[in-house]
Ligand binder design. Structure first.
Ligand code: HEM
Length: 342
């Protein structure tokens, strides 16, 4: 039995987040590998300045980047995000080698982590998307609905997000999909509250799910509650964040979904975009447009320098160390609970 500490995928919802998606420049691989080996230390170092701030960093690695960074085995289901083209709406697939999902209860902590990460990677990566998210009144999105209510918790959440024995070399890791959505707020605000509730499938003020017989089949909830062949609900863990800019009138939701297999999220996206039955697309898409879409694998915290290799055995040292430049020590502990694999 080996104790494999995951990255802090299941950290609690926070009021601040930064989503950083970067591509790795040619020749940047060594520096990226060194940062990956030190990322847990960076998180601890910044987080220790405000212990109550719950600062966490999750790093995901894209499919093309995987082969550039590591020569060992690959996570079985890692592939680039597959665009979904429905009759009316499309989810594009956009570039991204690394995702940094930075969360904290204070903006300064996420900003500090992002600054240090980019300080270490400066000149070796290109930022393709950077979104600063915030929580909006009672954990609502900018559409005014509470977002995150039906997330699984406890053991259910761990089962939903963690790879198990089906891919033993990567057990304890997770897949993650991100999409940046822009809202047409004028069109949304022209709807009555009752019409908005029929789009989501829940009441707006008190956040109660509509009864099945009242819930429209094209509501967001109706299309995202999916089951396996035995009738068990298939769940993911989401930590969406609103973001916006009043000057450019850009208002959106940054969708982030963690899962033990990308297949679950892909089924949800098919339901939303192609429709279920085909043509019955998610009404939320008439007001929200995806402008990015990327898929990453999140290795366990301890395996970030050599994912897929036997844990706690002869893991090679990273080729370069950023400890000095980051001003942090070599750290191996995780803020999250470990999982046992045999
Ligand atoms: C539920 C908003 C995109 C999957 C919800 C809820 C809201 C919401 C308000 C109800 C409360 C809750 O349980 O969290 C949004 C917005 C999106 C978005 C504003 C982007 C514009 C997505 C995407 C997926 C997704 C892309 C999947 C690929 C789910 C799931 C639920 C949910 C699984 C819970 C269903 C249940 O068990 O009741 N979303 N969502 N959402 N959403 Fe989304």
């Amino acid at each position: 039995m080996i104790l494999v500490p995951p990255q802090p995928v299941l950290s609690p919802q926070t009021i601040a987040a930064i989503f950083l998606v970067v591509t790795i420049d040619d020749g940047g691989e060594d520096v990226v590998r060194a940062l990956l080996a030190d990322i847990t230390g960076l998180q601890r170092s910044v987080g220790s300045r405000v212990p109550a701030g719950e600062a966490t960093c999750v790093v995901g690695i894209g499919s093309d980047a995987w082969d550039r960074l590591f020569d060992g085995p690959r996570p079985a289901k890692l592939h680039s995000f597959v665009a979904v083209n429905g009759e009316k709406h499309s989810a594009p697939s956009t570039p991204g080698d690394l995702l940094f999902h930075l969360r904290a209860q204070q903006t300064d902590l996420v900003f500090e982590m992002a600054t240090r990460i980019m300080g270490a990677l400066d000149g070796f990566v290109t930022v393709v998307d950077e979104v600063h998210g915030f929580k909006y009144f009672e954990m609502r999105d900018l559409l005014g609905f509470v977002d995150g209510t039906e997330n699984p918790t406890g053991d259910d959440a761990a089962v939903a997000v963690r790879v198990g024995d089906e891919d033993a070399a990567f057990a304890g890791g997770s897949y993650v999909v991100v999409q940046k959505y822009l809202h047409d707020m004028a069109a949304w605000n022209s709807l009555s509250t009752e019409a908005q509730e029929r789009v989501i499938g829940r009441s707006k003020l008190d956040n109660i799910e509509m009864a099945d017989e009242k819930k429209p089949p094209n509501s967001h909830i109706a299309l995202n509650v999916i089951e396996d062949e035995n009738g068990r609900q298939l769940q993911i863990v989401r930590d969406n964040m609103p973001f916006g800019s009043v000057g450019t009138k850009e208002f959106g939701t940054y969708f982030i979904g963690y899962s033990a297999t990308p297949t679950v999220i892909e089924r949800m996206l098919d339901n939303m975009y192609l429709g279920n039955p085909v043509g019955n697309h998610d009404r939320i898409l008439d007001f929200s447009t995806a402008v990015t879409g990327t898929l990453f694998f999140v290795p366990t915290a301890e395996s970030l320098d050599a994912p897929g290799r036997p844990q706690s055995l002869d893991c090679p040292e990273p080729e370069a160390s950023l400890e000095d430049s980051l001003g942090i020590g070599s750290l191996t502990t995780s803020v999250d609970k470990g999982v046992l694999i045999s």
